[in-house]
Design a protein around this ligand. Structure first.
Ligand SMILES: NC(=O)c1ccc[n+]([C@@H]2O[C@H](COP(=O)([O-])OP(=O)(O)OC[C@H]3O[C@@H](n4cnc5c(N)ncnc54)[C@H](OP(=O)(O)O)[C@@H]3O)[C@@H](O)[C@H]2O)c1
Length: 292
């Protein structure tokens, strides 16, 4: 009997146990009848990352594609043979393609995934005022793509609990991208949410149901989009308050889907067909409600 071992794909990070990516990608492999499996690869620290990345170069390694999540999206850059120009500008990768010569190429699909989801939400960013919470890895990707848009927001006000992290992030992004429309503010009130067209939460505040919200709920209004990158819980307290105020609201499940579909496209070197994308999205929606 002929048995061809499956090609391996997966996600590296710490932690990865909560990830919905296996559900989405394994659903796509099944739909496309591809002999491949997507696995979780928890890596304890940068030493484990180094060993894993060195092993990836071995000729008989069956891994051909990876997602990268916190805290390694920047660390992993040191191990790549080449970096896609957008990922290079953003300064972080979340997708790796390993070819048959075991050359590793890095991409960033978080930023484009976010923009694709905003487009689906019919959110026109041109000349809009954006208020953004957080200065971590997700903020890096989102700020970068917002600043790169040819018809992007007029202003992005950025608030982070630890102000210096926001300053460092902006300085870093600013090395490769014009960030003059971004302003770091000292206090959350200085975001002027009541005047914003779009409020984006990229912090982890809201992950726990008991979490409060960072902005004054009274500042939320019906003429804005409130976007929370968190997708579990499906409705954070921020989104619940914004919905009550009549705002358009969205969680980050769409962003997760689009970044995944784009990553899969890099692995397969093609754009996924609509039917497979629908299967991926449905699998995510089911898993996010019922748990994977
Ligand atoms: N939808 C998607 O596709 C998608 C993709 C990636 C991530 N995410 C979600 O995005 C969130 C952030 O991920 P990340 O990778 O950007 O994390 P990260 O790099 O660790 O950054 C976390 C951010 O949250 C802030 N923060 C944490 N606890 C806070 C608190 N109690 N009060 C105020 N600010 C607080 C941090 O501020 P300090 O600088 O002060 O510490 C920092 O700005 C997570 O919930 C993650 O699940 C969603």
């Amino acid at each position: 009997m002929n048995y061809e071992p499956p090609a391996i794909y997966g996600i590296i990070g710490n932690p990865v146990s909560h990830s919905l990516s296996p559900v989405m990608h394994n659903a796509a492999f099944k739909a496309l009848k591809v002999n491949a499996v997507y696995k979780l690869f928890p890596l304890e620290d940068t030493q484990e990352l180094k060993l894993f990345m060195e092993d990836l170069k071995e000729e008989d390694n069956p891994i051909f594609g990876l997602n990268v999540t916190v805290p390694y999206k920047e660390d992993v850059l040191a191990f790549l043979d080449s970096v896609d120009p957008l990922a290079d500008k953003i300064g972080a990768v979340n997708t790796l393609v390993i070819d048959h010569q075991r050359k590793i190429r890095g991409f960033n699909t978080d930023g484009p995934g976010f923009i694709s989801h905003l487009a689906e939400l019919k959110c026109d960013l041109k000349d809009k005022r954006v208020a953004l919470l957080g200065a971590g890895g997700t903020a890096r990707a989102i700020i970068s793509v917002l600043c790169l848009l040819p018809q992007g927001p007029e202003r992005i006000a950025l608030y982070n609990r630890t102000r210096c992290n926001a300053d460092i992030l902006l300085k870093d992004i600013g090395q490769k991208i014009a960030v003059d429309r971004v302003e770091v503010v000292d206090e959350v009130e200085d975001l002027n949410v009541e005047l914003a067209d779009i409020l984006i939460n990229t912090t982890s505040v809201g992950l726990r149901n008991a979490d409060d919200i960072l902005v004054d709920p009274e500042a939320l209004h019906k003429d804005m989009l409130v976007y929370d990158v968190i997708y579990n819980p499906a409705e954070t307290e921020l989104l619940a308050q914004a919905r009550r105020k009549g705002a358009q609201v969205s969680n980050g499940l769409g962003m997760l889907f689009y970044q995944g579909a784009l990553a899969f496209g890099h692995w397969a070197d093609m754009e996924l067909d609509e039917k497979t994308k629908k299967i991926m999205r449905k699998s995510l929606e089911v898993a996010s409600v019922h748990g994977s």
